[in-house]
Design a protein around this ligand. Structure first.
Ligand SMILES: [Zn+2]
Length: 369
């Protein structure tokens, strides 16, 4: 089985917008209520693990008596709030995350609902959702008939747009592809990556221009009096630019990962975190902004659905300091040196040398010399 999500813009009526707002609110309310209760139980029993386990998780149903308006919204949305909170606690108990936090009014407006007995249907530019009935959407691509809808997540952006992400499941067992064409990618802050053939994945020019525009808009915002009309106007402008940039970046990452996944049978990358962080600090930009994480996620599933491989190289592998020609390690190479020079006479662009090393190391992992 494999999963695939499809995202479309939603166009709710005024009435539907009201119900959506109410649902976002109820989901947040129930989540916070349950968290409050769990927090109390935790504070009381935290030294007694067994007693803690005995206490069942509260369910949204128990609040419906005291807060009857909860019945007006999709009960599956509330059930998912419970699941999300349970997940947050599981992560907390396993040490992967901190204690769950309360959701604020400013938090992302979204909820998830599930398919139960055909309650969700797609037809002629409309989608039927629990409680909302038929809601208009712009379906710019078809969902193949063998894809079963599992759940839908409805989101409202800061600029007031609505989107639905439809998660589907389908039967899929790709035949492993024989590995012939491979490429290594070296992460680069400015261009996303440099590959072992010397190509750079340059962000499009309009994307860089939009980033500059955003920086300007943010400077203007910081000069406006907080809460004033002009401040509100400017804040909306900043939010719109943020959205636009996020979309442009996502398009670019989709296209780039698609080209690689179609062209190569295996792609080698560094398991980045550490290196990315240090470079990000060095350049005063966050790795998150660079989209590397999103890119590798796209790459992973686009390769996997064709029976191809993404190979991750250990982050401690000295990809930039090793000579890709003779294997000698040049420990004195500093970050500012753009050219790699080896005593053997080999000279290459530092990033390309690193990408070749990543490719070689990946081939070693695959058992291909
Ligand atoms: Zn050398």
């Amino acid at each position: 089985m494999a999963n695939k999500a499809y995202k479309f813009r939603l166009y709710p009526t005024q009435e539907q917008e009201q119900l959506l707002a109410k649902t976002f609110g109820c989901v947040r309310f129930v989540y916070n209520k349950m968290l409050e209760e769990r927090q109390h139980i935790y504070d009381t029993f935290k030294d007694d693990k067994e007693a803690l386990k005995q206490h069942k998780f509260p369910t949204p149903a128990k609040y419906k008596k005291d807060f009857p308006w909860l019945k007006e919204v999709d009960s599956l949305a509330l059930a998912n709030a419970q699941l999300n909170l349970q997940k947050a606690f599981t992560n907390f108990f396993s040490g992967r995350a901190g204690f769950p936090k309360f959701k604020s009014r400013k938090a992302k407006q979204s909820y998830t609902t599930n398919v139960v007995n055909g309650n969700i249907k797609l037809a002629d530019g409309y989608i039927k959702l629990p409680k909302l009935k038929w809601i208009k959407l712009k379906q710019h691509r078809q969902i193949p008939v063998h894809h079963m809808i599992k759940s839908c997540t409805i989101t409202k952006t800061k600029t007031g747009k609505y989107f639905i992400s439809i998660l589907t499941e389908y039967e899929h067992q790709p035949v492993p592809k024989e590995i012939e064409n491979v490429v290594g990618l070296d992460f680069s802050m400015n261009t996303l990556y440099v590959d072992s053939e010397g190509k750079r994945a340059n962000y499009p020019r309009f994307y860089r221009q939009a980033l500059e525009k955003l920086a300007r808009a943010q400077r203007v915002l910081s000069r406006r009096r907080k809460g004033s009309n002009r401040w509100h106007k400017q804040r909306l402008k900043v939010a719109q630019l943020h959205e636009k940039i996020a979309n442009q970046r996502q398009d670019f990452l989709h296209k780039t990962s698609r080209q690689l996944a179609n062209r190569y049978d295996a792609v080698m990358i560094e398991d980045l975190n550490m290196k990315g962080m240090s470079q990000a600090l060095h350049f005063g930009q966050s790795v998150h902004d660079n989209g590397w994480g999103l890119f590798t996620t796209f790459l992973q599933y686009k390769l996997a659905e064709q029976g191809k491989k993404l190979i991750k190289i250990d982050k401690w592998f000295p990809s930039s300091k090793t000579c890709s020609c003779c294997g000698r390690v040049n420990v004195s190479l500093s970050l500012s040196e753009r050219l790699f020079r080896c005593a053997c006479g080999f000279v290459a662009d530092r990033d390309i040398n690193a990408a070749i090393n990543i490719k070689k190391e990946g081939l070693k992992q695959l058992g291909i010399a």
